[in-house]
Write a protein that binds this ligand. Structure first.
Ligand SMILES: Nc1ncnc2c1ncn2[C@@H]1O[C@H](COP(=O)(O)OP(=O)(O)OP(=O)(O)O)[C@@H](O)[C@H]1O
Ligand SMILES: [Mg+2]
Length: 331
């Protein structure tokens, strides 16, 4: 496996901002995000639709396209800033070191190219090996994700949605990446197939030791498979903690609202309450905390000042005025 040291930080996002330069005015979809991904962990990223999860995922590998622009920030991968790398270095990192499974990726397979050729294309574009070896590798990858290599000459339409998504995951694993970013990898699938695919992914992760950044708004799924969960609201990270802490003892009122909007697969039955109001309009955000207009615990300061993300106990971060910055503490 293409791994460096087996501990420590693999990816550090520092002060990252992403704007969409719309005709009216710039929309800040990712707002000063600081996030560290530990080597070998599954880090979940959750939040309501439109909170900036995909924008953040795209910008990590500079896959964002105009009108998106990164005005500031750093994305440090194994000590190198991806945002400053030349195109050649970036090309090597994409797929080789970090691969991505995007939202609806299963629909992005080329309908007129066989699964075998699509897999070989990725392998041959990055590895100097013979076509026969690439085919053997593709067969092995399909087996890894639970698809018989006998099917490799088939075309995407001959596969079910779940199988196509497994193919996409196999392609993401093709170059033995250190890290996989998955943006809603199973959203279009029914819950049984979703759980099967995630179980397979867990198994592969234990076997090969890669790191996962898993984006979804399905908190019950994240609670089952993530080590830590980051919660995003209006382009900002508002809470980061272990998955158990987030699910069982959320600190931010928004996280609490999200948890109460979802039926969790384990634990006691509860009445779902949801979150009142609408997600923040990023074209016209309020001053102060973006969640303030929907927050039951809203105080005066919340309407004026944006609370910084602070460590409230070791490894646990929250951006909420209910947890004031310690005297002299850094933002
Ligand atoms: N091309 C674009 N032009 C202008 N604004 C955009 C564009 N793409 C996204 N946005 C805005 O950026 C914000 C973040 O969008 P993004 O797709 O990253 O959210 P998300 O959390 O991934 O949502 P979902 O859960 O629905 O996938 C949204 O408010 C969206 O309206
Ligand atoms: Mg998205």
């Amino acid at each position: 496996m293409n791994q460096g040291s087996s501990t420590g930080t693999i990816l550090e996002i520092r002060n990252l901002c992403v704007d969409y330069l719309t005709e009216k005015k710039p929309v800040r979809a990712v707002d000063r995000v600081n996030l560290t991904v530990k080597r070998g962990e599954t880090l979940g990223l959750a939040g309501e639709s439109g909170c900036g999860k995909s924008t953040l995922a795209f910008s990590i590998l500079r896959l964002h396209k105009p009108p998106a622009l990164i005005p500031e920030g750093e994305v440090i991968f194994n000590g190198e800033d991806i945002l400053c790398m030349d195109e050649e270095r970036l090309r090597r990192i994409r797929w080789n070191d970090i691969s991505v499974v995007f939202q609806s990726a299963m629909n992005c397979l080329n309908p007129v190219v066989s699964i075998r050729d699509q897999m070989c294309d990725v392998i041959l574009a990055h590895r100097n090996i013979s076509k026969a070896d690439a085919v053997a590798q593709a067969a092995n990858l399909l087996e890894r994700v639970g698809i018989s290599p006998d099917r490799m000459n088939d075309y995407p339409h001959q596969f079910s949605g779940g199988m196509r998504q497994r193919v996409v995951i196999a392609i993401a694993l093709a170059l033995d990446p250190q890290m996989i970013i998955m943006d809603e990898p199973t959203t279009a699938l029914d819950v049984v197939v979703e759980r099967e695919i995630m179980a397979k992914l867990e198994e592969l992760k234990h076997q090969f030791g890669f790191t996962i950044l898993l984006i979804t708004h399905d908190l019950s799924l994240l609670g089952e498979i993530s080590d830590r969960i980051a919660i995003m609201y209006g382009g900002r990270i508002v809470e980061l903690a272990t998955s158990e802490q987030v699910i069982l003892d959320p600190k931010h009122p928004y996280t609490n609202g999200l948890i109460n909007s979802f039926p969790l697969l384990s634990g006691e039955k509860k009445v779902l309450s949801g979150i009142s109001g609408f997600p923040v309009n990023l074209w016209d955000p309020p001053p102060g905390c973006y969640f303030a207009p929907r927050c039951e615990a809203c105080m005066d300061i919340c309407k004026r000042e944006n609370p910084p993300l602070i460590e409230i106990e070791p490894g646990r971060q929250v951006a909420c005025h209910l947890f004031p910055t310690p005297e002299g503490g850094a933002e």
